[in-house]
Write a protein that binds this ligand. Structure first.
Ligand code: ADP
Ligand code: ASP
Ligand code: MG
Length: 437
């Protein structure tokens, strides 16, 4: 069971979480995020320190600490546990204050970011102790790891986690941190923003869990981004492929990479609402459940690179050479369209763009278009579903669509639009594809 930031963001929410995890006696691992807002604050603190603005960072640390001081006053009641919670705050905020005095590095910024999940799990554990709920706090830094390419080391995670669990025979409730891990150098690192979902899926895969439950602040995956569109509805069932596409193409409810571990190890995933625990939520398994369009999602920060060359005409091996450049820079291509004399690909904006362009230049004239958004239309067998394309294009008449990708898979049609048209595109599709205003 994974609980996100808002699910642990208030003392009464932690209370609710304690009820949800003790509803039955099934053995479980509970993965917690940082309290909502904390990771954002830690990012800001890191930025201030990196910019040499130590006074500013000090103020930000004090503000965050004041928030936690209030939090623990409400969280625990007995003196003994309040003293314990206070000691936890002292430990972690002293650490942040010490960091203020040493020279900044990338590794240090990761240490700063890790404080959120360390705090939330330790405070929650103290709360469980007060409530006499027997449990074990498992340090994620002892089993969660990534390799030199930031990929999780699945087999090592599996071995280490199972060894840790063996040490606690007879225990049935484990609490651990989402998001944080160790990297190939052994330093503290993380699974990128929103990474607690990824932790949950990796843990579920490692222990061959019966289910991986992602508890959040909404009743499942909706058909559209509720932050951009007024009327959206929860989807009852998705296949792993559909969920993975939606997560990858921007549905914030799931970390972009969080589906594959569960999919690979065939662990069903449920998206559930902590605030509304009886709502049905979304079930993600190998079965898609129904045919047709299920949802749309949008991924920002995309740029299109167009490579035009008459040498491409009737030539073979041209695409391979282009792809090799992206491979060299470990940059994945999301969309691709070709004509006889040109090819357009989209990538996420990257600091290595200059080098990539330089290596592409010998192949033709290169044009780069910034600030685009991929809108992915995801579903089951949509390529075979009647009228999807006609409805799609009829809805998008006012939008200057830059690229279209159709036919690559049975569950995705993607369009590339200028980011300034994103909200309008999502709203138009909500009406055109789902009949929702
Ligand atoms: P948590 O802190 O629990 O991980 P997140 O904020 O990361 O929660 O994810 C949940 C949020 O994702 C929702 O509150 C909602 O605003 C947003 N969201 C974006 N797209 C979707 C979607 N298609 N379905 C459901 N929620 C979505
Ligand atoms: N706390 C981290 C974040 O805000 C990880 C997560 O919540 O999933 O990105
Ligand atoms: Mg999240």
């Amino acid at each position: 069971m994974k609980f996100g930031g808002t699910s642990v963001g208030k003392p009464e929410r932690m209370r609710q979480v304690s009820e949800l995890i003790t509803k039955d006696a099934d053995p479980k691992i509970v993965v917690l995020s940082a309290l909502s807002g904390t990771t954002n604050s830690l990012v800001e603190i890191g930025n201030s320190i990196a910019a040499g603005e130590r006074e500013q960072a000090k103020k930000q640390i004090e503000k965050l600490e004041a928030h936690y001081q209030e939090f623990i006053k409400e969280l625990v009641k007995e003196e003994k546990y309040y003293t314990k919670a206070k000691a936890i705050l002292t430990e972690h905020f002293e650490f942040l204050t010490i960091i203020l005095r040493i020279s900044f590095s990338e590794a240090l910024s990761k240490d700063i970011l890790a404080q959120g999940e360390l705090l939330s799990t330790k405070l929650f554990s103290t709360y469980l102790e007060e409530k006499k709920i027997d449990h074990v706090l498992l340090p994620a830094l002892e089993f969660m790891s990534i390799d030199a390419y930031d990929e999780p080391q699945v087999s090592s995670i599996k071995t280490k986690l199972n060894q840790l669990l063996k040490k606690h025979k007879g225990q049935t409730l484990f609490i651990t941190q989402g998001y944080i891990c160790r990297n190939a150098k052994g330093e503290v690192d993380n699974l990128k923003r929103g990474g607690s979902d990824y932790t949950a899926s990796l843990v579920a895969a490692a222990i061959n869990a019966a289910v991986c439950e992602i508890w959040t602040d909404i009743d499942g995956m909706h058909n559209n981004d509720p932050r951009m569109v007024k009327k959206t509805v929860a989807i009852e069932q998705l296949s792993f492929e559909e969920a993975a596409e939606l997560a990858y193409f921007g549905a914030k409810i799931l970390h972009p990479a969080s589906i594959w571990p569960a999919q690979h190890y065939k662990v069903p995933v449920k998206l559930l609402n902590t605030m509304e625990p009886d709502a049905r939520g979304t079930l993600i398994t190998e079965e898609a459940g129904s045919v047709g369009v299920k949802a749309v999602a949008a991924k920002d920060g995309i740029l299109a690179i167009n490579i035009k060359s008459s040498r491409m005409l009737l030539a073979y091996g041209f695409l391979r050479k282009i792809f090799e450049v992206f491979e060299k820079y470990r940059t994945s291509i999301d969309m691709i369209t070709t004509s006889e004399v040109a090819v357009s690909v989209t990538i996420e904006n990257t600091p290595q763009l200059k080098e990539i362009i330089k290596e592409l230049e010998p192949f033709g004239t290169i044009e780069v278009e910034y600030d685009h958004t991929i809108v992915a239309i995801v579903g089951n067998e949509i390529a075979e579903t009647k009228e999807v394309l006609s409805k799609l294009f009829a809805s998008l008449t006012p939008v200057p669509v830059r690229m279209v990708s159709y036919g690559g898979s049975k569950h995705n049609v993607s369009v590339l639009v200028p980011s300034s048209f994103k909200t309008q595109t999502l709203q138009l599709l909500n009406k055109g594809l789902f009949g929702l205003e």
